[in-house]
Each structure stands twice: as structure tokens, then as C-alpha cells.
Design a protein around this ligand. Sequence first.
Ligand code: MG
Length: 356
Amino acid sequence: MTENSKAPGFSNWSCPLPLADYPTIVMGHGGGGKLGNELVEHLFLPAFRNPALENLGDAAVFETAGARLAMSTDSFVVQPLFFPGGSIGDLAVNGTVNDLAVSGAEPKFLSASFILEEGFPLSQLAAIVGAMAKAAATARVQIVTGDTKVVERGHGDGCYITTAGVGVLRSNTAVGPKRAKSGDAVIVSGTIGDHGMAIMSVREGLEFESQIRSDCAALNGMIAEVLDGVGAAVHAMRDPTRGGLASTLNEIACSSDVGVALDEASIPVRPEVQSACELLGLDPIYVANEGKAVFFVAPEAAERVVEILRAHPLGKDAARIGHVTAEHKRMLVARTALGANRVIPTMIGEQLPRIC
Ligand code: MG
């Protein structure tokens, strides 16, 4: 082989960055991508291993004392604390409510823990707590326990919140991340990237004709209507938060050992979100959502699910965006607007730090 024939191909290409084996935590470990998954698989899972954890759902699902329950927890470190369409308080309630709802549970009780930095204005804390109370009332959950810790000035970033939630599994459903089947329709409940770009617009000082607002919302009411309508025809659900739609679809493809084929042109994206993404060099398919759900549904129920979603105020832009296939297992492949196919991998680290 001559030097020339060797040089340009992929055969002697090597990845410039090691993907694992970081001696210290990097920001990407919290980005909802591959690095975070590695922490779960190589550290948390071996240490804590049990059947409920092994499912790696948005919430753990288990049976105890005759009750079928779901339990979830999430920490919130978003910056800024207040943004168009919500605040860290709204995220803290809705994030946990949604993780329970997409696990097939009716969310019931939440805890809320606050880590506050010395000097944090009480007026801001009151606004956050007010937003949490309102979000809890809207989602019909109760915040029944909590904790407050304070760290010295300079050792925190104003306010961090951790919520946990417990829900009761609905009887008319059998969803799980491993249950997507070849032939299933993939449906998203609305436009993608709104939350991430609302935060980024504030951080970057971007201005558009219409302000980008976070989609932050509790989805349990909408999901209940879908499950009441088509029951066990829904095989899997997930809320595409950090890492966006791309990460969610890749995760379900891996968990269910199937391929996902996307029709890229059918994915709903607001024009202002698309413009903001283009300005910042981002792809909306990787940008976080806080009020959207993805459904994997038996094909015969797909039309009905889209109908039910579109009749709900939080699902009016719902669309069927692809299907599950036995081909290209554990991979997400999109047909682009130009008719070409492209593989969409899981993000390695993170695109946008501290987005939720
Ligand atoms: Mg989730």
C-alpha cells in the first residue's frame, strides 16, 4: 500500500479525545449523554444493583405491600433560576411529575430539598416556592416532605433543588423502556428544543421577533388521556429532557434492542427555535425539552394517539415522526429532507450545561 492510499481514509483515523476513564468529574458527566450513562453503568449500577434499578427507567417501578408503585428523583441546577416560561421551581416539580407519568404512574407525592447559598435573596426563594406550589396544584400532586441546607457564600450558586416523587402505577398500562417493538409508531407530543433554546437565548442575549419560551409543563394529565384512550397499545414513553429527542430515541432503541427510523421533516420545530439553533451551531434534536413526551405505540393505535394529543392543549403540535424497525438495531437513523439517511448518535458529553 502506498502512503497516498493510506492517508485519507478512516483506517488510520483515531478519536482525538478519550471517551472514558476521566480521573475527575467533567461537566459532560451531567449532560444526559454517553458520559453520564457510563457513570450509571460502571459506578452506580454495580454498586446498587437490584431489579428495579436495572430497568433504568425514568422512574423505578416496583411492587411492595401489594401496591404497584413508581419512584423517581431529580436534581435541578439550572442557570438562570428564572427564564421565559418558568423557573427552577417549575422544573423541579414538573420534571419529577413527568418522570413518574412516562413510567405509567399517576404521580401522587413529592419531596423537595433545597441547597441554598448564604446571601441568596429571600424574595427569590419565595418566588421559587410560589412557582412550586402552583405547579404542584396544577399537576395534582402534594409536596409532603422536604429539607433545607445552607452552604457558605461562594460554595453554591444561589439555589439547587432536589425533588423525589412517588406515584401509583396505572392498571391499564404496561409501558417500559424495553418494550418498544418493531413496527411501532414513534410520536412526539409537540415542538422540540423550546426549553433549551429559551435558556440559551437568555444566556446569550439573543432576541427574536417572538420570545422563545420554555415548554416546562406537567404531562401527567395528557398522558393519562392517551393511556385511557388506547391502554396497552402504548409500549414505551419517555420525556426527552437533557440530550433531547436524539438521546431519548437512542436510549429506547438500545433498551428495547430495536432500530428507530425517523422522518426528519416531520419533526415539529418552531421557526424561532430553529433560527436560534442555527445561530449557535446546535441541532434541535439534541436540545432539552421539559414539557414533551415521546410515545412508542402499536401502529394501529397511532392515529388515535395523535388525535388525543392534538385535542389536549399541551399536545396540539403532536406528530408521528418515525417508526421502530428490526433493521439497524440500537441505532437511530433519520431520513433527511433531501432524502439521504444519517445516523444520529447519542451525545457524548453535553451540548448545553446546566439546562435543568
Ligand atoms: Mg425523564
